[in-house]
Ligand binder design. Sequence first.
Ligand code: SF4
Length: 428
Amino acid sequence: MLKIAAVEPESLGAELGLAPGDELLSINGRELVDFLDWEFLAADEAFVLRVRTAAGEEVEFDIERPLELPLGVMLEPPRIRRCANRCDFCFVDGNPEGSRKTLFIRDDDYRLSFRHGNFATLTNLKDKDVRRILEYRLSPLYVSVHATDPEIRRRLLRNPRAPAVLEQMRMFAAGGIQFHAQIVLVPGINDGPVLAKSLGDLYEMGPSVLTVSVVPVALTSFSRLDLVRSPEPREAAEAIRVVRRWAGKARGERGEGWVYGSDELYQIAGEPFPPAEEYDGFPQVENGVGAVRYLEQHIESEAAELPLMAGQRVLVCTGTAMGTLMPNLLPALERATGATFELAVLENTYYGPTVTTAGLLPGEAFRQALAGRGDVDLALLPAESVNEDGRFVDDVLLSDVERTAPMDVRLSYHFTDALGACVVGRES
Ligand code: SF4
């Protein structure tokens, strides 16, 4: 069921009298199942839309509009497609008991893969999903490949019915679909020769596979540590060697590195990150691939635009992953703003110390770090640590952290976003 959540004022939707709660039934007689149908079928200049109003009346609209005139209809969030797998390393199993319900959703949704770049395994596709992917040209898709060997992949996903991913990808590629792939590295299972073979198979697919990332398995204190473990430094270093081999070949033959190790892989191995230019525009930065180099580049290019904040003290809160790297980034900010930057490296008190990424830090850790710091004018918190409802992973509200902190608090993805419009100082 496709329901309207909101209608923009002065849009065509508002002019037609569409309203929140109305159900969008069909376009040109074709049933609307989800947001994909809506977006693709309503993209034409002329179509017939059938709606059931919140009062239960069915109405048909004969719509003709210039394409630049938006319909202005926002939909209720889609029902997320659930996952058919049971990976030993699933992050859902890594949640402490009592975490909020949404953290226990095992989502595996090709629609969100296309729309938001969420990785999907494609193991829960029905025939009609396959038809839609091809018809709507949902490309690129972000696919969790993990291993191209079907049996090894089934073992990793704990899903004996998982289809052979290479066959699936080849079939989609023949229909013009491209992919960004990820391989979550589980030591002893899909590293070593399995990793080399997976990369070889994906490389052979040619331009259909746009990029591949190799990411070490992420575990918390609550994960199935009896079944799975993190890579050791030598295993991470070996994976980096395999990545480099294929990246070198790809750069020579195709002009781009094609396969990239995540920042965490380099950190586990104790090796320096490749230079920024080797990330080829950071195609998988949201998967933690090249995030540090991206941040450095961003600060460098934006520093000149930052306001002068001489005499101000700024506290930068981050996780232990960035804790050792951040000191390299802060001097550039100090030079540009004249402010003093101090780093607060926070251990993850919610998931345990093995979870090092700033985006999963709990609100309580920030609250404690900021308490009693009246000497600081501004605190920068990682923006990824707060969801769209303004909550941290432990359900603490950002507004509560802001209210109790003795300084101005801002969320920041890359410093310059928060500092750019900065008027520092507590409001009275
Ligand atoms: S694919 Fe694996 S890791 Fe992802 S949600 Fe399913 S079980 Fe969890």
